[in-house]
Design a protein around this ligand. Structure first.
Ligand SMILES: [Zn+2]
Ligand SMILES: [Zn+2]
Length: 468
């Protein structure tokens, strides 16, 4: 797969071509965050919002649809109708990340590496932050797996999702969910019975260690399980067409139908190899192909536009044009959800510590040639450290390690923390001391000293949690 990531800008916030509606949607969302996310409260009617933002009715309506798509708002029609604040779920954030990862192209190695790094951490945290409810949940999850006569592959994902939840770290939980939902793209959909039994017994060990409040044991059990999962996936690749995760297929109402149509169009773009700039079809052709109404198709197009997947071009030679997805869209959606889940500074920094200290160790262990091969497509270690391009050192390192998934997660952690950072905290970007420390880290990597590289990275991030 081609890594197209390096070709375009990666500043988190600046999404080019944002429509007025998208901007208003973000303003509404920001307003809800500032108000402390008061689920169930009314935030005015459509025309009131139109006045507040000085926008036309159709633009406001579009903004409201986007906020609904993010599960931030719910529009209630009729008498006593209006806009109400909702409790969002992780769906839109996960989907935004998956769309982006699909575009940049992720190989199985990057996926299993990311799981092997993050899931043992989640298991260890789950045992540390154990509650009575957690003990009940984890036991029930393992028991349910054992009782299911004919489990689908998805049933065994539940334990992994639960461990992410029990980690009590919303960022980690979200990343685990992304990775779990990405996994079926790489493997056979049917899992043989003997394999299910093995997995079930491993899950039993993990569940016991968590319920027993033993972080070290939970971590090791998950590590071993991840190593087995990795080899199993590598030995049983998916053949034929890839399928995308299902957006809510239990569609009801036009909004949901629009999500399903958007998904199908997105699938088609993936199948065609994401041909940026080319026209997929005209509006009329799409209405026919997806057997839908014009109105539903237009809503679907808005979603695709919002996620920078495709855009409708009017006039002669017009039609649905394929766009380059931008990481800003998923960083924004992620930040929104994490602020709802009130992710703590500590959660963000500790997840970052875990990812980065493991990455530098990995880099130090790679031979010079490996390192060159994987980093050739993004930035070489030299560029990362000397050209400075300050602000890109940390994400650049993740790219040099050849893992675009971890590079994106890192970018999200850095951006989400930057937005919520204490006022006046120095960014550390142009700091000379920072650059010096970066050199020290790279020096240890070059010398092949993984322990030293990890130590230096830990110290650096501890002293400068805001460094990019
Ligand atoms: Zn498992
Ligand atoms: Zn730094």
């Amino acid at each position: 797969m081609v890594d197209r990531r390096a070709q375009w800008p990666r500043s988190g916030a600046a999404v080019t071509g944002v429509t007025t509606a998208a901007r208003i949607a973000r303003d509404i969302e920001a307003h809800i965050i500032t108000a402390g996310w008061p689920v169930g409260t009314a935030i005015g009617k459509e025309d009131e919002l139109g006045e507040r933002f000085g926008a036309s009715r159709s633009v406001v309506r579009e903004a409201i649809r986007l906020a609904e798509h993010h599960r931030v708002l719910r529009a209630q029609r009729g008498v006593g109708g209006g806009l109400y604040v909702c409790a969002p779920d992780a769906g839109p954030a996960v989907r935004a990340v998956l769309i982006y990862l699909d575009y940049i192209g992720v190989d199985l190695g990057a996926l299993t590496d990311a799981r092997a790094l993050l899931e043992p951490l989640a298991a260890s945290l789950a045992a540390q932050r154990l509650t009575e409810q957690g003990i009940r949940d984890v036991r029930r999850a393992v028991r349910a797996e054992g009782q299911g006569a004919d489990l689908d592959a998805g049933a065994q994902d539940r334990l992994h999702l639960l461990v992410g939840e029990l980690s009590g770290n919303p960022a980690l939980r979200l990343f685990v969910e992304v990775l779990i939902r990405l996994t079926p793209q790489y493997t056979r959909p049917r899992v043989p019975q003997h394999r299910k039994a093995t997995v079930h017994s491993r899950h039993g060990d993990i569940g016991e260690a968590i319920a027993g409040g033993d972080p070290a044991r939970a971590e090791v059990a998950m590590e071993q399980h991840m190593a087995e999962v990795g080899s199993w996936l590598a030995a049983n690749p998916r053949r034929g067409a890839r399928t995308w995760l299902s957006w809510d297929e239990n569609a009801d109402g036009e909004g949901k139908q629009a999500e399903v149509v958007a998904l199908r169009v997105h699938d088609e773009i993936v199948r065609r190899g994401w041909p940026v700039g080319s026209v997929i079809a005209s509006e009329a052709e799409l209405v026919e192909r997806h057997d839908t109404s014009r109105n539903v198709l237009r809503q679907a197009v808005r979603l695709l536009e919002y996620h920078s997947v495709a855009r409708m071009r009017r006039g002669r030679g017009g039609g649905l044009v394929v766009l380059q997805p931008h990481p800003g869209a998923c960083v924004d959606t992620m930040a929104l959800y994490l602020s709802y889940r009130s992710v703590s500074d500590d959660d963000l920094v500790s997840t970052r510590q875990a990812i980065e200290s493991s990455l530098v160790r990995r880099l130090a262990g790679m031979s010079g040639e490996d390192r060159l091969a994987t980093s050739a497509r993004s930035a070489t270690l030299d560029e990362v450290v000397t050209e400075g391009s300050p602000g890109n050192f940390h994400v650049g390192l993740a790219e040099a390690a050849g893992n675009p998934v971890l590079a994106l997660f890192l970018e999200i952690l850095i951006e989400v923390r930057r937005r919520g950072a204490p006022v006046g905290e120095p960014s550390g970007v142009s700091d000379e001391g920072c650059v010096e420390e970066h050199r020290g880290i790279v020096g240890a990597i070059r010398a092949g000293d993984g322990d030293l590289a990890r130590h230096r990275m830990r110290k650096h991030l501890h002293a400068r949690p805001a460094c990019r």
